[in-house]
Ligand binder design. Structure first.
Ligand code: IVH
Length: 671
């Protein structure tokens, strides 16, 4: 009945308004009034309502953030007003010089008022609101032309799909607004930890993670990443007038747009320098990367008078923070032993403060790296924190006198004293002792990690203690731990002991691929573990497989096959695996759910894909039941070519295998 529908429409409208309002309190004012759980309940109510009555769905509904299907390519968007870049100042003198130049241009001696803002290290974007509704969004690109990323931008929760009506003033007819999409630092560390656990390549820094997440052809991937935004510059605006940068920033907030809370009006250039000094320290406690301070002349009238040169405004400047580097002394080069026994040299540094934390270790990766940089004990080195996370040694700045001898890899394992082996042609050195406590410690850590048994609470410190005290000698010992044993350990109260045991108990229900991955067989990561699980369906069958049988599994070559065989040929491993089989409740993974045309089709990828990483492409193919292999043969169904393809393309053509590009792949995946 129409009246009923009218009532429902009103209900949906109210829910949308409530959700948008609370989203504004949360993202823009940073002052939420509603618990997340309550918000979710409202959201689910709206989803249910719209689900039953699709005619009630509106484009600006908060349920419609991830609506669009993956696209094949980003369209090019021309910015109506070019997106300018900023000139840089290298030091305080250059800032003072900048201020003087402005005074000269304005023929004035009085103080110039600036707005000081953080220079955010993310990805420049432009949002376009037409009559208050988000109409399109694009990347900065080269400043003239960007890419249309509207579907992805819509997934960012802090970007309103519709502007708020300000208490005073109105919604502009047209609002082009520029800003920066950022990847929060904490979330970045979590993302990388997860990717590492899954054996996927990690992002070098939050900016790359932001760019990689926004430039995804499938908005669902973007939606899964916790991107955020800060808006700071006007494009073309119609229907409302702003007279200064500060008024503009306040105006954005009133319209429900997120701005950076650190921005400040500075009455002269000295105040800007104070702001820079303050932020130089403060930035480490912010949850986003900041690479400097931007000073903008506050008055728009003065900005217009000052003008611009060669794509940069003369009324603004970026004063970069100093690189996050420090000098310190390498007190010692130690060797850490990994899960498969590999040795990693680590520089033990004289503790030094860098980017807000004290650094006392830096990985030197391998012997080649040490030789290349010629790093020796007692040398003074320059260290840097990449993307605020992993410290590394840039170079030696002062050699010690007299110079220490070159670092040599130990001939014996530093933890257990067993012989070390170095395989010809490989960079690595290994401990051969399968009982090495260091190997056991790392194996257990891996076994308990996210991509494997995923035992929450069984962290590094606890594992170290358990192995040191001999409470864990084999993987399956984890499942024999008792409350009493745990309570003996440092800082372990009854309640935490209980929690750990509960988590261990929960981990008994698991899947075969996780267990295989957890065994820590050399060269077997998550992907290979899955293939092995699908093929052999039980640990028993896998442990009995011959090298020939193993090689016949997709994606498994001689090296992996040999390594699997070696693992199960070791009686001790075999015994541990048998015991695990009894203790765990292992489900066999089901075949991929592909019903469509791609089921069992084999793909080979060559060249660089533009819209997704190789891993993402492989995953998407596997999800629909296809498989990906490393080399082209007559049995290959499709060769997907990206930019600069290798010899595989030629081979495909020679063998008459069907060659498709990325666009066609996406189309096939969607079908
Ligand atoms: S204003 C007309 N403000 O820096 C001035 N830019 O080199 C145009 N950026 O591409 C930009 N934080 O992506 C401005 N608070 C801020 C900024 C900022 C970061 C980036 C922006 C731009 C680049 C300019």
């Amino acid at each position: 009945m129409p009246t009923d529908l009218a009532k429902l429409r009103k209900q949906a409208q109210t829910l949308r308004e409530q959700l948008n309002h609370h989203s504004y309190l949360y993202h823009v004012l940073d002052d939420p009034e509603m618990a997340d759980a309550e918000y979710d309940i409202l959201m689910r109510r709206l989803e249910a309502l719209e689900g039953e009555h699709p005619e009630l769905v509106t484009l600006d509904s908060p349920t419609q953030r991830v609506g669009a299907a993956p696209s094949a390519k980003f369209a090019v968007v021309r910015h109506r007003k070019p997106m300018l870049s900023l000139a840089n100042a290298m030091n305080a003198d250059e800032m003072v010089e900048f201020d003087k130049r402005i005074k000269r241009l304005l023929r004035s001696d009085s103080d110039i008022e600036y707005v000081a803002e953080i220079k955010l290290d993310g990805l420049g974007i432009e949002l376009v609101y037409e009559d208050g509704v988000l109409a399109s969004a694009s990347t900065r690109g080269d400043g003239e032309n960007g890419e249309d990323v509207t579907a992805n931008i819509r997934t960012i929760r802090s970007i309103p799909l519709r502007l708020r009506k300000p208490e005073t003033g109105r919604i502009p007819k047209l609002l082009e607004v520029r800003g920066e999409v950022i990847f929060p630092k904490k979330a970045f560390q979590r993302l990388n930890a997860d990717r590492e656990a899954r054996g996927e390549p990690v992002f070098a820094n939050p900016r790359n993670a932001a760019a990689g997440s926004l430039r995804q052809l499938d908005p669902r991937i973007t939606a899964s990443r916790p991107l955020d935004v800060f808006l700071y510059a006007p494009g073309v605006i119609e229907g409302v007038e702003f007279h200064s940068q500060w008024e503009f920033l306040q105006g954005l907030r009133a319209l429900g747009l997120r701005t950076n809370g650190e921005s400040k009006v500075c009455r002269n250039v000295d105040a800007v320098l104070d702001y820079w000094n303050l932020l130089t320290d403060r930035r480490h406690s912010l949850d986003y990367d900041a690479d400097g301070v931007v000073a903008k002349v506050n008055s728009y009238a003065l900005q217009a008078q000052i003008g611009e040169v060669s794509r940069s405004p003369r009324w603004a400047i970026a004063y970069k923070f100093k690189a996050q580097q420090a000098e310190t002394v390498v007190e010692k080069i130690d060797v850490q032993v990994g899960r498969v026994g590999s040795f990693t040299p680590v520089a033990k540094l004289r503790p030094v403060a860098l980017a807000g934390v004290t650094i006392s270790n830096a990985s030197l990766h391998n012997l080649d790296e040490i030789r290349r940089k010629d790093i020796r004990e007692n040398d003074t080195v320059l260290i840097e924190r990449a993307g605020d996370v992993i410290p590394y040694v840039v170079r030696v700045t002062r050699q010690a006198h007299p110079r220490h001898s070159e670092f040599m890899m130990p001939r014996r394992c530093p933890e257990c004293g067993a012989a070390a082996v170095h395989e010809e042609g490989e960079v690595g050195y290994f401990c051969v002792n399968a009982n090495c406590p260091a190997r056991m410690r790392e194996s257990i850590r891996h076994f308990a990690s996210k991509g494997c048994l995923d035992i929450e609470g069984l962290g590094d410190k606890l594992v170290t203690q358990l192995v040191e005290r001999g409470m864990i000698k084999e993987l399956d010992d984890v499942f024999r731990l008792t409350t009493q044993q745990l309570e003996e350990l440092e800082r372990m109260a009854e309640k935490s002991a209980r929690n750990v045991l509960d988590a261990i108990e929960k981990a008994r229900d698991t899947t075969l691929d996780r267990v295989i991955n957890g065994l820590g067989i050399r060269h077997v990561g998550e992907h290979t573990a899955r293939q092995l699980a699908l093929r052999f369906k039980s640990l028993q069958a896998l442990s009995a497989a011959s090298e020939d049988q193993l090689v016949s599994v997709r994606d498994i070559g001689m090296e992996v096959a040999r390594s699997v065989r070696e693992y199960f040929d070791e009686p001790r491993n075999l015994r541990a695996v048998k015991r695990l089989e009894q203790i765990l409740r292992i489900k066999t993974p089901s075949e991929p759910s592909g019903r469509g045309a791609l089921r069992d089709k084999s793909f080979v990828l060559t060249g660089t894909l533009q819209t997704m990483t190789r891993e993402e492409a492989e995953q998407s193919i596997m999800v629909v039941g296809g498989r990906v292999s490393g080399s082209v043969s007559r049995k290959t169904d499709f060769v997907v070519v990206g930019a600069e393809p290798g010899s595989k393309l030629k081979k495909a053509n020679d063998l008459g295998v069907r060659v498709i590009d990325e666009t066609e792949l996406l189309k096939l995946l969607q079908e």
